[in-house]
Design a protein around this ligand. Sequence first.
Ligand SMILES: NC(=O)c1ccc[n+]([C@@H]2O[C@H](COP(=O)([O-])OP(=O)(O)OC[C@H]3O[C@@H](n4cnc5c(N)ncnc54)[C@H](OP(=O)(O)O)[C@@H]3O)[C@@H](O)[C@H]2O)c1
Length: 336
Amino acid sequence: MADKMLAAHFDPPGGPDNLCVKEVIRPVPKEGEVLIQVHASALNRADLLQTRGRYPPPPGASLILGLEAVGKVVALGPGADGCWKIGDRVMALLAGGGNAQYVAAPASQLMPIPPGMTDTDAASIPEAWLTAYQLLHFVGKVQKGETVLIHAGASGVGTAAIQLCRLAGVLPIVTAGSAEKLEFAKKLGAASGFNYREEDFGAKCLETTNNVGADIILDCVGATHWQKNLQCLNTDGRWVVYGLMGSGEIHGDFLTMLLKKRGSMLASTLRARSREYKTELVKAFTEQVLPYFKPGGSIQLQPIVDSVFPFDQIADAHRRMEANKNTGKIVLQIPV
Ligand SMILES: NC(=O)c1ccc[n+]([C@@H]2O[C@H](COP(=O)([O-])OP(=O)(O)OC[C@H]3O[C@@H](n4cnc5c(N)ncnc54)[C@H](OP(=O)(O)O)[C@@H]3O)[C@@H](O)[C@H]2O)c1
């Protein structure tokens, strides 16, 4: 086995023009890790920020981009035997390193690829679906019959959240920035959708819920939406912040409005969580959700792939995400 591999690289930090693929040292699996030969990976907003030098990986994580990978187990580190065997097809949740030909991943953060699913489809699952599942169930503690307002409803996380709401017997309502994205979200299961650029989604959300509002808001936008969020949050509702695409700086009488709604503010990140937490999340998702990706069931979840880019066109893939053009996930095909 040669000890080199191709990996995404940027130097110095900057936009997509600073990205390339170059030869680096192949990782060696440590205690509890397995080595995966990567066939596909996918993009996340975190990669755009990291490339610009604004989202460094947590301590101990690979400096290489990529929060997810799909491929074949090719080596087992010490203490990782018994869980997976050489040749298993797996998808992995990572704190980094997925945009490369090989990645070392904790054995407990791997999932089997559902039978019949392509590598490309599987690559769209780990980060977006585990984030959406975590926000709804671990953080928001969603209950059957509730209503959830999902911002960026056509994003990787949004398209997963819509489907997970339906699986949990919950009513999803979305916002998005175009009629096409709203239409797509509705086809996936969103009960209503509002164009936040053209409509007052706070008023519209109240109107469609008979003035009750949303029990949970999944918010990756932040400051630019805060007043409308509080306007349409149900009394005792939970507002879950997990991204700040519209900035984090709020001006106004925020606490008064929050108090009037007896609202709970919750915030969550996944990447920097402990291995124990991720292990529990991956286990719950594997048991509760993965079986529903099997074709022919009464409920059929769909991996949503927007586009597939060859690895050496990673800069174009970043440009597409930066321009907000994707609906669902942008996947990278990694040469074996
Ligand atoms: N905390 C966590 O654990 C965690 C984990 C994963 C992802 N995230 C966050 O989740 C969010 C979605 O990630 P993703 O990878 O699924 O994204 P994505 O697929 O790239 O979709 C993001 C979409 O958000 C919308 N958007 C962008 N800027 C906006 C703004 N200023 N105001 C309103 N909408 C805006 C755009 O769609 P429109 O055309 O509809 O505007 C864009 O296409 C990101 O903020 C990401 O950082 C957080």
